[in-house]
Design a protein around this ligand. Structure first.
Ligand code: SF4
Length: 599
């Protein structure tokens, strides 16, 4: 696969039209687009029919059933792409462009990107059963003795463990040493004491939100400096807690802290895009929350659950936050008691609501008096069985989990009657530090469960990185719950990963872990309608490939068998661009070769 990625456009075009003799003949003989479409449909339909026909020698004798199944999928996707309905939906015809490229139309050749051509090269290979690009061995059932099987399983484990060596968790000796150094620097800088450090209010008072302070505490890279300066110029809030800054490598970015830094330092591209959105009054509410909010402070997308938002800021701001349009600088944020009173009354009146997710912003930015009284009010609603607190303080400000808060949580949590639990958001194992473990211990002692929602971004999408996170979460008493596809917002394009990569990670990496560890579900959050499980093939399909190689997905909502409701079109990031970025970051992209065959 590495070879194909480095071919010239013309070389790929040559391969593309010589990959399948029958397809080449169809392109050679078609006089116009309609004829081409008809002939291709006939050919693909026949191929599909013959695939499982025991009297057809080509497939029944030679091709493994697993390959035939993959072939069937590639045929399905190719048929999707040449369907006129999908051309109308996506306002683009990949077939038309391919037809023109085949006829040597220079303009079309110039217009398409390599990623577009590679998608079709691999699709055609796929429909010819050529999936195992790295030469996967074929075993028949009589070859699989217990010993052979053990050897295969050992190899899987070995592969995973070898990859784990690329990552560190926050209790690693080097990480602790770095944390200590940066912490001491911060204490000196702010003339603070050990006691201050353990006080979460001290951290809130000393949030780092300017270039000067940040650059005096850790070494910044040139692109980071540009991003921060652009954020300051355009008044885009960014915030880093002194605690979280200790996860930065003091002497500059390396492969272990690039994820940590990218989460909180807005890039120049992000700032430019946000500023453009603001200038053009573009609605950044990608999830359509405004239209799923029956009254201010409440969002509802599911039968039993509502989201309650008492606060619109967080101790630190994640650049890729889906609510970046409403997350304010901590200094500008506020609570409205009227809004919360009304919201709680609304929940009280709706007996179908059994679960309240208190989120925001980060509700644990609020003090114990406020949050305690709010939780008690929700607790008093008889039909509410579960309260979930969506918070990132475990990672951004673990000292916030103080004894008073634990007392409040313990009071509400009643086994068999009412559950209160913590939904946190840990992106990488390096964020699980001794301070985080101390906070987890307190929460677990109070009898609460902790669940993790990871956003699957470019920065944690490296081979086995999320497996390493799952393993460390579970060992730390936290259950992996969701892996979210990063929202398809223009300003956060640097974080986005092709859906195919999430599917590949689930199938080829997560599947190797014990079931008790891979408890998360990978999901795509469909605006207004809620989560679509990416493992559920009925809920989405590829319908088009655009000139730049990005796939258009058509999502069907989770309730598609319960209600006839609108679908949703989503344009993904190109696989080729993703692989090239990995390659530039030193990854062996051969390990990702099967990504083209996830749809
Ligand atoms: S902690 Fe959550 S709500 Fe706050 S900025 Fe990060 S993702 Fe957004």
């Amino acid at each position: 696969m590495k070879e194909e990625l480095n071919l010239s456009k013309q070389e790929i075009i040559d391969r593309l039209f010589h990959e399948d003799k029958n397809i080449s003949n169809i392109f050679n003989s078609a006089s116009d687009l309609n004829e081409l479409r008809e002939k291709l449909f006939d050919y693909l339909n026949n191929s599909e029919r013959n695939l499982f026909n025991i009297y057809i020698h080509k497939y029944s004798d030679k091709t493994h059933i697993l390959e035939r199944n993959n072939t069937k999928e590639c045929i399905r996707i190719l048929k999707n792409i040449i369907r006129t309905e999908n051309e109308e939906l996506s306002k683009f015809s990949a077939l038309n462009i391919l037809f023109k490229i085949h006829n040597k139309d220079e303009k079309s050749i110039n217009e398409v990107e390599i990623g577009f051509l590679l998608e079709f090269l691999f699709l055609i290979r796929g429909m010819n059963g050529k999936f195992h690009l790295t030469g996967t061995p074929v075993l028949s059932s009589n070859q699989i003795t217990a010993e052979v099987r053990c050897k295969i399983l050992d190899d899987y484990s070995k592969q995973m463990l070898n990859h784990f060596k690329n990552f560190k968790n926050g209790t690693n000796r080097d990480c602790i040493k770095n944390q200590k150094t940066v912490k001491n620097k911060i204490l000196t800088y702010f003339s603070a004491t050990e006691e201050d450090w353990k006080d979460y209010k001290w951290h809130l008072k000393n949030i780092i939100r300017d270039y000067k302070t940040l650059s005096e505490l850790v070494k910044l890279e040139e692109d980071e400096i540009q991003g921060i300066k652009e954020a300051e110029k355009n008044r885009i809030p960014f915030q880093i807690t002194p605690y979280y800054l200790t996860l930065f490598n003091e002497n500059g970015r390396d492969k272990h802290d690039r994820l940590v830094r990218a989460q909180v330092i807005p890039s120049k591209k992000y700032c430019v895009n946000v500023t453009l959105n603001k200038t053009h009054n573009t609605d950044m509410d990608f999830m359509g929350e405004k239209s799923t909010s029956p009254i201010p402070g409440i969002t509802r997308r599911y039968p039993n659950i509502v989201i309650l938002k008492p606060f619109d800021s967080c101790p630190q701001i994640c650049v890729y936050c889906q609510r970046n349009w409403e997350i304010k600088d901590l200094q500008d944020a506020g609570t409205s008691s009227d809004k919360m009173e009304n919201a709680i009354n609304w929940i009280k009146k709706n007996k179908y609501i059994t679960e309240v997710l208190v989120t925001g912003g980060d509700p644990l930015t609020l003090d114990n008096k406020y949050i305690g009284s709010l939780l008690e009010k929700i607790n008093d609603i008889k039909h509410v069985e579960r309260i979930r607190i969506g918070t990132r303080v475990l990672v951004t400000l673990p000292f916030r989990i103080d004894n008073e808060l634990i007392k409040i949580l313990r009071r509400i949590n009643k086994l068999g009657k009412k559950e209160i639990c913590i939904m946190t958001h840990i992106e990488d194992a390096s964020e699980i530090t001794p301070d985080v473990l101390d906070a987890v211990k307190k929460i677990k002692k109070a009898g609460l469960n902790i669940y993790n929602q990871q956003v699957f971004t470019y920065f944690n999408s490296f081979k086995y990185q999320t497996c390493f996170l799952r393993k460390n979460l579970k060992l730390s008493g936290i259950d992996p719950y969701y892996s979210f596809n990063t929202k398809g917002k223009e300003e956060t394009v640097d974080f986005r990963v092709p859906i195919a990569r999430i599917e590949q990670e689930r199938k080829e990496e997560a599947r190797l872990l014990p079931g008790i560890v891979r408890t998360d579900e990978s999901v795509f959050n469909v605006p207004k309608l809620g989560k679509s499980h990416l493992r559920s093939w009925q809920d989405h399909e590829v319908i088009m490939i655009l000139k730049d190689g990005s796939r258009i997905y058509r999502f069907y909502p989770w309730e598609s068998m319960l209600l006839l409701i609108e679908d949703y079109l989503y344009t993904d990031v190109p696989i080729y661009a993703y692989l090239k970025r990995l390659e530039n970051d030193g990854e062996d992209i051969e390990k990702y070769a099967s990504i083209w065959f996830y749809f």
